[in-house]
Each structure stands twice: as structure tokens, then as C-alpha cells.
Design a protein around this ligand. Structure first.
Ligand SMILES: C[S@@+](CC[C@H](N)C(=O)[O-])C[C@H]1O[C@@H](n2cnc3c(N)ncnc32)[C@H](O)[C@@H]1O
Length: 211
């Protein structure tokens, strides 16, 4: 049963085999076009993601124009993560099996999730963990386009529009304690290729255990 307010089946996928099988194939590729990739880096610059950052659902590229002070890359494929030259630490973890983040409270200035939020079957648990590991005022940034691995994306994502997908990610923030209201933007309006949407929110300092 999907958690309220999501209907039954919302988080189901066409391919319910373990994710580590699907992602065992090394994909040293880009999943969005160059303009969209630049838009991700531009957003990270604008949000000043220069400190300690956790990139979840990461691969060989984390899209920073300049790597932050430290970057932990978590994903499912160790070869892809090993090729991530911006990363200082790499962790393989299936967040659909174990949605916890193996870090102390208030460990990061930012958590990023690029073109991958659609693969999370327990996003509210992951968002709650992101809120926990963020420092007061830290930010969780989700970016996405209109492409995906359809057999591994949740049905709720596949059954809606780009605007609907922005609403889904906004709802994840709204349903998670300790985040301010999310900001939603199309970051590359008018670009001829892949649209790049971003939804982000800061952790509410007043509610953080770090005070
Ligand atoms: C489309 S790729 C995006 C990779 C990278 N973030 C980027 O921007 O190029 C999706 C990524 O999500 C990760 N992923 C998918 N399902 C996952 C899961 N259950 N747990 C952790 N990571 C997952 C995969 O390892 C893969 O690298």
C-alpha cells in the first residue's frame, strides 16, 4: 500500500527485480544532454553548493562545475562511482532496500539527486534521511528531465506530465518534516533539447537537531 496521499500502485515498477541487477551493467554515459548538464551545474553554483555534499543515486558524473570541498557519491554501481573524479568517498547502497543514509545527523551542507528521484520506491524515507543528515539551512536538490529507464521508474512518475512530476517531488518535500517550502523551476526554458526541472528545499533550522 502506497503512503497517503499516493494511490495504490504509485510506487510499483514494471521491473520489480532487485535494482542491483539492472544497475550491474556499467553505464558510463550521460542521461541528459549537454545543455541540461550545464543547467544542473549552474544551479549548484547558484545555490552555492561548495561545502560538504552528498550525491545520492550517483554515477560517474555529479555535474558540479567545480567540485565542492567534499563529495560523497552513493549509487548502485561501483565501477561508475569509481570513475567519479569529483568524489572523495563512494558508497554502494540500494536505497529501495535500505533507505537510510549511513551518516551522522547534520553531516552535510547539501544533498543532490540528479535524474534519479523517479527510481525511489520509498522517497519519503529517503527525504526524511536527507533532512536528518543536512545541517540547518542545508539544501536537498532534485533535478530531472523527461527521460528515464521506464521499467525502473515508479508508475506514478510515468503516468503524469512534467508539471505532474514537479508536483510529485514537491509533495515529497511537503510530506517530510524539517524542510521549508520547496522551490520549483524549469532551469533551461526554451532549450531545444532536454528540459531540466529542479525542485529544492532547505532544511528548517528550527527543527534540526543541530540547533
Ligand atoms: C539515470 S542514472 C543517473 C546517474 C547520475 N545521478 C547522473 O546524473 O548521471 C540513475 C542512477 O540512480 C541510481 N539508482 C537507481 N536505483 C537506485 C537504488 N535503488 N538505490 C540507489 N541508487 C539507485 C543508479 O545507480 C544510477 O546511477
Amino acid at each position: 500500500m502506497a503512503p497517503e496521499p499516493f494511490p495504490t500502485g504509485f510506487f510499483d515498477r514494471a521491473d520489480e527485480t532487485p535494482d542491483d541487477r539492472f544497475y550491474a551493467v556499467d553505464r558510463l554515459v550521460t542521461h541528459i544532454d549537454d545543455t541540461a548538464i550545464v543547467a544542473v551545474g549552474d544551479l549548484y553554483d547558484e545555490l552555492q553548493l561548495t561545502g560538504e555534499v552528498l550525491d545520492i543515486c550517483s554515477s560517474w558524473i555529479s555535474h558540479f562545475h567545480r567540485p565542492p570541498v567534499s563529495l560523497v557519491a552513493m549509487g548502485l554501481n561501483s565501477i561508475e562511482l569509481a570513475a567519479n573524479s569529483a568524489a572523495d568517498e563512494r558508497i554502494v547502497r540500494d536505497l529501495n532496500v535500505d533507505p537510510t543514509l549511513p551518516f551522522d545527523d547534520a553531516s552535510f551542507d547539501a544533498v543532490t539527486c540528479c535524474v534519479s528521484v523517479d527510481y525511489l520506491t520509498q522517497p519519503l524515507a529517503v527525504f526524511a534521511e536527507a533532512a536528518r543528515v543536512l545541517r540547518p539551512g542545508g539544501v536537498l536538490v532534485c533535478t530531472f528531465s523527461n527521460r528515464c529507464f521506464p521499467t525502473k521508474a515508479i508508475r506514478g512518475w510515468l503516468s503524469t506530465t512534467d508539471e505532474g512530476r514537479c508536483a510529485i517531488v514537491s509533495a515529497y518535500f511537503d510530506l517530510t518534516d524539517d524542510f521549508d517550502d520547496p522551490i520549483v523551476q524549469l532551469r533551461n526554458p526554451g532549450a531545444p533539447g532536454d528540459p531540466l526541472y529542479a525542485v529544492w528545499a532547505r532544511s528548517s533550522a528550527a527543527n534540526s537537531s543541530a540547533g
